[in-house]
Structure formats: C-alpha cells, structure tokens
Design a binder for this molecule. Sequence first.
Ligand code: HEC
Ligand code: HEC
Ligand code: HEC
Ligand code: HEC
Ligand code: HEC
Length: 478
Amino acid sequence: MSEPTSDARTPGGTRLKRFVWLAGLLVVVVAVAAFGVTALLVNIFERRQEAREPFFRVVEITDDTVDPSIWGKNFPLQYDLYQRTVDMQRTRFGGSEAIPRTPTDADPRTEVARSRLELDPRLKRMWAGYPFAIDYREARGHAYMLEDQTFTQRHQVQQYGNCMACHSSAYVAYKQLGDGDIFKGFDIMNQMPYEEARQYVEHPVSCIDCHDPETMELRITRPAFIEGIQVAKAAEGVDDYDVHTMATRQEMRSFVCAQCHVEYYFKGEERRLTFPWHQGLKADEVLDYFDALDFADWTHAETGAPMIKVQHPEFETWSQGIHARSGVSCADCHMPYKRVGALKISDHQVRSPLLNINNSCQTCHRVPENELKERAENIQAKTIEMTDVSMGALIDLIDGIKAGQEGNLPETRLNEARMAQRRASFFIDWVESENSSGFHASQETARLLFKAMDYIRQGQVALAETEAEPEPEPVESE
Ligand code: HEC
Ligand code: HEC
Ligand code: HEC
Ligand code: HEC
Ligand code: HEC
C-alpha cells in the first residue's frame, strides 16, 4: 500500500530538488517547534505524487476521535474542503440544486434537493407500494447525508439502524456497541429501530471512517463491505480475500467509496446490511442471486409482482466501464489532486467532476474543457433517452398486467408477466438509481436497458397469449 509510485509527471530531478527543499523547510520547522511552549510533532507520510508533505500533530487524534473539526486542526486544508460539501451546484444531468422549503417542527430543513418523483412521476408507479414512491430526491453533498436521512418521508414506514452504515460516522458507534468488535456492534445496530440507533451517531461520514488515525492511510471500516468484497472476489475465484492486507492502494481509492455507493439489501430477521455480490458485481449476477433466494423487497401495489429496489450501484457500474478497466479510481475523478500553495492535496470536496474538469479529467485527457464536458454529456443524454423509452414500456407492461387481472386471465400467465416486470424493473432501476446517468459505464448501461426491453416484450407476450385466440388458419403462401 505504501510503495512510492513513480509518476511520469514528476521526474526524478524535480523530486530530488523538492526533497532537498522540503528537508530545508523541515529544519526551519523543527527549530520553530523547539522554541514553542508545546512541542510540535512533525510527521511525514508518503504521498502519491509529491512524495512528501510535512504535517503538524497539533492535537492528539485517536481511534475514537469522531469529530472532524478535531482532525481539522492537524489537517486544515483537507478539513476546509471537506466542509465545502455543503455547496450545491447543478450540472446538466447531475450535481445538486437547493430547493427552498418552509421548515416545520418535524423537518427543520430550509433547503432540500429536487424531488425525482416530481421530475418523473412514472417512478411512483414503478415503485408503487414501496417507501421510495413517497419521497425520493436527488443526492447532494456528504455534509447533508445524516440530516437528509433523518428527515426523509420514507420513515412513514419503520426504518432501522441498518440505515446508519452509509449515512453517518458509524465506526466508533460500532466499536462502542460491540465492546471493540465492529462486527458485533454492526449486528446490534442493524436491528435497532432507526430512532434508537440515531442516538449513537452525530456526524456524517468523517475522517475516521476512511483514515487510520496513526498513519492516515486509507482503511475500510464497514463490515458489509469487508464481507461483500470477500464474496465478490470468491465469485472471481479468489478465496479468503482480506481487504486490509490484499487491496492495492489504487483499489483502496475506490473501495472507501464502495462502502456506501453500492446496491444493498437487508438480510433475514436480523435485518443485516448485505451487499448481494455472491455471484459477481454485474447487474445480471446480482439479480440471479436475488432470484435464487426468491427474495423480494416488496410486493407491487398495482400488480402483485415480487419486486426488488435497486439503490445507487455506482461501484458495480463503474467496475464494468472503461475507466475501471484502465485503473482509474473514484478518487481520481471525484477527489482529484489540487494544488494549494506548494502542496498537492486530495480535494476533499467530493462532488461532480464536471464542476472541476481541469483537475478531474484534464490530468489524463489533453482535450479542451468544453469538449470533455460535451463528451460526458453526450453519453448522459443518450442514456437518459434510452431510460425514458424503457420506462414508458415498463408502464405499459404494468397497465397490461392490471388489465389482465381485471379480465381474470389465468394466474400462470399473470405470474409470468409479473416476473418479467420484476426483472425489467430491476434493470431500469439499476440505471435510474445509478447516479452518473450512464457515464461510469456507457455500454454496460445501454446493455441493461436493452435487457429490460426484452423482459418487457416477454411479459407482453405472456399477457397476449392469455387471450387464447384461436390459432389463425395457415394461409397458402402467395
Ligand atoms: C473517470 C471519472 C470518474 C470515475 C473514475 C468515477 N466517476 Fe463518478 N461521476 C463521474 C462523472 C463525469 C459523473 C457525472 C456528473 C454529473 O452529471 O454532473 C459522475 C457522477 C457520480 C455521482 C453523482 C454525482 C452528482 O453530482 O450527480 C456519484 C455519486 C458518483 N459519480 C460516484 C462515483 C463512485 C463511487 C465511483 C467509484 C466507484 C466513481 N464515481 C467513479 C466521473 C467519474
Ligand atoms: C449501502 C449504503 C446505504 C444504506 C444502507 C442506506 N443508504 Fe441512503 N444513500 C446511500 C447513498 C450512497 C446515497 C446517495 C446516492 C443516491 O441518493 O442515490 C443515499 C441517499 C439517501 C437519501 C437522499 C436521496 C433520497 O433517496 O431521497 C436518503 C433520504 C436516504 N439515502 C435514506 C436512507 C434510509 C432511510 C436508509 C435505510 C433504509 C438508507 N438510506 C440506507 C447509501 C446508503
Ligand atoms: C470518504 C473517504 C474520506 C473521508 C471521509 C476523508 N478522506 Fe482524507 N483522503 C481520502 C482519500 C481517497 C485520500 C487519498 C489517499 C491516497 O491516495 O492514498 C485522502 C487523503 C487524505 C490525506 C493525505 C493528503 C492528501 O490530501 O492526499 C489527508 C491528510 C487526509 N485525507 C485528511 C482527511 C481529513 C482531515 C478528513 C476529515 C476532515 C478526511 N481526510 C476525510 C478519503 C477520505
Ligand atoms: C459513509 C457512506 C459514504 C461514503 C464512504 C462515501 N459516500 Fe458519497 N454519498 C453518500 C451519501 C449518503 C450521499 C448523499 C447525501 C445526501 O443526499 O444527503 C453521498 C453523495 C455523494 C455525491 C453526490 C454529491 C452531489 O453533489 O450530488 C458524490 C459525488 C459522492 N457521494 C461520491 C463519493 C466518493 C467519490 C466517495 C469516496 C471517496 C464517497 N462518495 C464516499 C455516502 C457515502
Ligand atoms: C487517471 C486518468 C483518467 C482520468 C482522471 C479520466 N480519464 Fe477518461 N479515460 C481514461 C482512459 C485510460 C480511457 C480509455 C481510453 C483510452 O485509453 O484513451 C478513458 C476514456 C474516456 C472516455 C471514452 C469513454 C467511452 O465510454 O468510450 C471519455 C468520454 C472520458 N474518458 C471522459 C473523461 C472525463 C469527462 C473525465 C473527468 C470526469 C475523465 N475521463 C477522467 C483515463 C482517464
């Protein structure tokens, strides 16, 4: 994990000069520190591109320090950027926009993100009978994750502590609940009513969730991912995968995000947060897994179909795309290096890379900014057109099943159509809830919508056959 990566853009000569310069700086720094009342500890850690950055341990940080403002005393630059995730700015298809709302006692938010149900009311029918049909909004910055979860209208249906893994700084809470064992604490919190679990957490995702406080190296703190990546690797033929010892540093730059930006479900009576990667990361493999278990998140209110809700499969989708294939990580685009004075740091203002094309894309693509933006939007516009067509077809299928129910078609035929609805809906939902509008893997996204259309066709054939029209007489060929 700590191998010094040689980089074409940082030739050895420059590095040496830099080192000499930094060494000089260190002497000064140490002298100043010795003068001070408090002894400042100068610490040095490895960096990917700029070799070394000195930092001061102004305050002690332990494996129990949840509050990011305390970490911020040692790392003011990263903390400042981290705080800027409150900013809301739209891009053509992504980013986020602040919609003013009148605060109430029940929900004190003065601003929320746009409602996706209002943007496309067909989603309500796609998810009829499930909490997502009540309230579903666009994602916004990390700073909002805990409050947006706390105040979503989806709580009209009882939610549980298993929600916490991805919306809060849950690592220390897991340790406390489990007497030092995060797996034990995770099991306990998963089963608590949401309101009870909420008392154990205070902050959105924080420094401690991604970093080892001693070394500042990236680390994984979420049991669901530790187990998920293990079963995913097993499906690829790698046994006993241990993310702590076997992941490369570049992989970790995606894995920290994949603790949350993934499809998930709650398994069994324990409501255990589980990543369904037992057969692989592809959408088809995830569906096969659910099918084999006969699993359903809910029963469709209009048709009675056994449904699955897909949520934000960014990691799985990215893994099927050209950038993952080329070794480009989430952090490369969403937390690119940023120059601050003489330092290069990782941009902790996690956001849409299209708001930051210069740092996010042009490091690799020597193409004008506007052209890169158009290349991305070109992929997105086509994905949205395809999604729109598939969504229309899905609504037709739902209407068809309803009509079939009213017309008392045989249950076997209806069930065939319901299974087609389940599968088509799964693939369309995969694309709909994946937050890059196709950018993370354009061909893969198109493939999924194509499969969805095929399931819709099969469902409609099943319904049509139930009309049991007599076979037309064979006609003599002209
Ligand atoms: C090659 C660059 C690249 C990589 C690698 C990448 N993304 Fe993205 N991501 C994008 C672009 C471009 C968008 C579209 C942003 C927009 O429409 O404004 C996006 C959108 C998103 C969004 C929605 C953001 C928004 O503002 O609407 C999320 C969340 C996201 N990506 C997470 C991830 C995760 C997690 C990974 C790794 C598993 C990842 N991305 C890998 C470029 C990248
Ligand atoms: C595996 C991680 C994970 C779990 C578990 C999880 N979320 Fe999320 N949630 C996310 C991510 C990532 C986003 C941002 C991307 C998006 O909105 O699609 C998000 C977005 C949201 C949002 C804002 C957008 C919206 O949907 O309106 C709400 C509200 C929300 N989640 C509520 C919940 C609730 C309630 C639970 C428990 C039932 C839950 N989440 C469990 C990862 C998770
Ligand atoms: C969602 C995960 C995540 C969170 C939360 C997070 N970081 Fe980071 N941080 C990263 C990633 C990714 C890198 C790049 C590490 C690498 O390349 O090895 C990084 C790098 C760093 C570095 C090394 C120098 C640099 O900028 O590249 C420091 C210092 C740092 N983070 C401090 C913080 C502090 C302080 C906080 C809390 C205010 C924080 N981080 C929160 C993911 C995170
Ligand atoms: C602890 C869970 C968690 C981790 C770890 C995490 N995210 Fe998120 N992320 C979320 C949630 C939840 C939201 C939505 C918050 C909301 O809408 O209130 C979100 C929102 C986002 C957005 C949308 C911002 C916008 O303005 O639309 C992007 C982009 C993003 N995350 C990328 C990443 C990347 C890249 C990483 C890894 C470096 C990462 N996230 C790590 C949970 C997480
Ligand atoms: C770390 C390097 C790196 C970064 C950062 C990066 N890319 Fe790429 N990108 C690649 C590579 C490698 C390919 C594969 C094609 C090739 O080898 O030239 C690629 C391919 C593409 C393609 C063609 C995709 C397709 O589906 O055919 C587009 C469009 C693209 N990148 C846009 C972007 C945008 C926009 C960003 C910033 C959000 C970005 N890239 C960031 C390395 C990168």
